[in-house]
Design a protein around this ligand. Sequence first.
Ligand code: APR
Length: 234
Amino acid sequence: MKKIVILTGAGMSVESGLATFRGGGGLWDNYPVEQVATPEGFAANPSLVLEFYNKRRVELLGVAPNEGHRLVASLEEKYDVTVVTQNVDDLHERAGSTSVIHLHGELMKVCSSRNPGDLRYVRTLQPSAPTIKMGDLAADGSQLRPFIVWFGEAVPLMEDAVVAMRDIDAFIIIGTSLNVYPAAGLLHYAPAGVPIYLIDPNDVAAVLPSNVVHIRNGASEGMRRLIDTYLADF
Ligand code: APR
């Protein structure tokens, strides 16, 4: 069975109604990254950070996977697929993808603020109770925090993503500006000669290898074209 890795970013969820980070009207236009997506920001004003992610979690409960998520999931019928996503939403899973590596954490999960990487203290919030507040404690007695990898924090699952890139037959990149490392560096683990497809309506600033096929569409239209054209006799 042919092996495919799909690296996705915020653009994957645009058609579901979730904002990107760096395009016009992106999340970082409205919230200073330092305040809501760094350990320093959390230490300085934990309530603000809890509120920021509570709002995003409640918003996530109100949106659904789009056709692009469903087409990504449908590839599992024919190929061995691993989705490596920078997204913290659960839309890939809700669309049916069964192998998803979340490099930057998961919005529906919370963890210990003393030991954020210790999976023993990670809890999944239920849609019926999607928010946390000051005084909600993890099992180690520390304040619960979002299970999100903030800027400056380690990206423990990058090793799993690099292993997933070994001996792949195709690499697909959807909806990421390839601005943030180490995630963007995954591009360089594609074995030589492996076809690389980039689905993005815009140009990306990153320097791309010459063999990248840029499909200039949104995620759904781009995945449809990829499947109909490039994977037809794959
Ligand atoms: N379909 C596909 N791609 C789209 C669409 C769409 N409908 N609309 C926009 N895009 C593209 C944009 O052109 C851009 O290249 O999605 C990309 C979004 O880029 P960013 O906003 O930078 O998001 P992302 O690359 O996922 O950011 C990476 O940065 O802030 C951190 O942790 C955060 O995971 C995030 C990381």
